[in-house]
Design a protein around this ligand. Structure first.
Ligand code: DQA
Length: 147
């Protein structure tokens, strides 16, 4: 059994589907995770969401120790968390950052990003499809077939 890909979500992503749908879309986080599981096929996924910074830091550490890669939407912690940045810098597996919206095209306070400088790649602005692209990228990085 291969090591799981950790799909980690930060604060307020539990509200996807009803939270500002004009920005974040109408898919729930469970909808997104369900599609990822189909796309993942045999590759195991560990899908989690938290509203707590320390928990996210612990899961990043766990993903690095026990997983094969991490797909991370740190949500608002992207713009505030040096603890998340440091955890990512310590990661020994590839990390793909995902955002549903494109924070670079939004509010000034979203222009600060502590995640991007510490990850392999960033996908932003493509809605839920960005998660699927991230998983395809992870599969390629792990040398698996993209089916
Ligand atoms: C987000 C963008 C962040 O700026 C915001 O705080 C979120 C969601 C996104 O997926 O577009 O909570 O990460």
């Amino acid at each position: 059994m291969s090591k799981p890909v950790y799909v980690l979500g930060g604060p307020n992503l539990n509200l996807l589907g009803s939270r500002e749908p004009e920005i974040y879309g109408r898919d729930t986080l469970e909808d997104i995770h369900t599609r990822l599981r189909v796309l993942a096929g045999e590759l195991p996924l560990e899908t989690r969401q938290t509203n707590h910074e320390g928990e996210l830091v612990s899961w990043i550490q766990e993903g690095s120790a026990k997983g094969s890669a991490i797909i991370l939407n740190a949500a608002a912690y992207t713009h505030t968390s040096i603890a998340v940045h440091d955890a990512l810098k310590a990661c020994t597996v590839p990390v793909i950052e995902v955002h549903l919206s494109n924070p670079a095209a939004r509010d000034a306070f979203r222009q600060v990003n502590y995640v991007s400088p510490a990850v392999k790649a960033t996908i932003a602005g493509l809605g839920a499809y960005g998660y699927e692209l991230a998983l395809l990228a992870v599969k390629t990085l792990l040398g698996q077939k993209e089916t």
